[in-house]
Design a protein around this ligand. Sequence first.
Ligand SMILES: Cc1cc2nc3c(=O)[nH]c(=O)nc-3n(C[C@H](O)[C@H](O)[C@H](O)COP(=O)(O)OP(=O)(O)OC[C@H]3O[C@@H](n4cnc5c(N)ncnc54)[C@H](O)[C@@H]3O)c2cc1C
Length: 470
Amino acid sequence: VALARTGRGDHIATQLAAIVGADGVTTGAAIAEEDTHDEALTASAVRPLAVVRPTSTEQVRELVVLAAREGIPLVARGSGTGLSGGCRPEPDSVVVAFDRMDRIVDIDRPNQVAVVQPGVTLAALDAALAGSGLLYPVYPGEMSASLGGNVATNAGGMRAVRYGVTRQHVLGLEAVLGTGEIVRTGGRFVKSSSGYDLTQLIVGSEGTLALVTEVTVKLVPRLPYSTTLLAPFGDLDALAGAVPTVVTSGVAPLILEYIDATAMTGIAAAMDLELGVPDEVRATAAAYLVVVLEATREDGLEADVATVAAVLTASGAAEVYVLPALAGAALISARERAFFVAKAAGADDIVDAVVPRGAVFDFMAEAARLATRWGAFASACGHVGDGNVHLSIFQPDPAARHELMAAIVGTALDLGGAVSGEHGIGTEKLEYFLATEDPVKLELMRRIKAAFDPDGVLAPGRLLDRGPSH
Ligand SMILES: Cc1cc2nc3c(=O)[nH]c(=O)nc-3n(C[C@H](O)[C@H](O)[C@H](O)COP(=O)(O)OP(=O)(O)OC[C@H]3O[C@@H](n4cnc5c(N)ncnc54)[C@H](O)[C@@H]3O)c2cc1C
């Protein structure tokens, strides 16, 4: 609308179209609703000046040069599944949506890497790798997320307990800096002692340092056998004791998730889950552990299942169910949808603070106490093997919720943790981050930002405040 109203707007729209083609620019009422927000529960939709859809690195470079010249902020958008408001537009910004840069450039079996454009989704990469014997193991619950978005948020997910997060898999990047310079970092090699690690600096930078235009990721062997175990616990202390015992059992679980009784009831009802847990066990379960194991051989898997089942039983699980393949897959896919189930139930915010693994139960207990104090309810579900259990917060009053969120984040930091384990800071956790982060580190981050993006073109107001350099 603003573009249509002003002569300058028309001028810029014309220049954008000259770079990406008329079919690659939308303005005003033509901007799709889904391009105005991500999935963060607290971030309302914002209409940008324009949405542009480049198809090449050169187009991205030209967009950055234009934005710097005209003083227009650029906000990158992958698939918009983020949970921190990271890709939510600014009213005066242009959104650079990467869904037309969705080419799998190469699947390189001898080097076990894939090279992809940033708009490639996790689902598309997984489909392309099917039959190759190789797997990109990073598994944030939302497979429609893009690799560019994953890189920018350093996405984690359920398999991080076994394989690590995005950071551990990105070997190289091509990216356009705020200066319009194109930088290539890393490569198809798995180690390097050759200067600053710019790849890792850009990973997790939430679009504030550079626009990622190509990603080289490391692949792992795709193991043919897997099994899901479900262990209800009546006693949370017993469950707390089980987690480190499973982690240190020598059987590295692929997935180790915690689901409290409320979340399990919610996802089971929403997804019509039939797991074979009798009513009397369900009635006394305070929470569940879900363990997925994988192996190269069937007999190896059986041995690992026996080891973990014994550990869970000895730790005080009410029962241990070894789920049939279909039920196991259904449980994991229901777990993936837990966010949407909580949203449908009226959740007002999500906490993804991370704490040292051994402190995660103290964190959850204190968060529950704080929730009661602020007249709220917190349901917990997530990556317990990483100390990163997410809390769905139910408190519709914004003022009370805000105080509660600050108190919960404060608890995580007191326990030696961090504001966000995997969803990123974006706009929605910025206040907590700026209030609690070491000022020396923040100032260093601002200086790094200024080196990559001296004119403050890229993602202002995300991850960092709008300092003088922006
Ligand atoms: C149901 C559900 C479950 C989820 N589960 C998990 C989970 O288990 N673990 C987890 O880590 N996350 C999870 N998420 C969050 C989300 O999927 C991740 O944050 C994901 O990495 C976002 O990818 P995207 O393509 O949707 O990025 P977007 O939301 O589009 O953008 C995310 C950030 O990346 C930036 N960005 C996007 N593309 C680029 C680019 N090419 N260059 C520079 N910056 C860019 C954006 O500006 C923004 O700051 C979940 C989300 C949902 C909805």
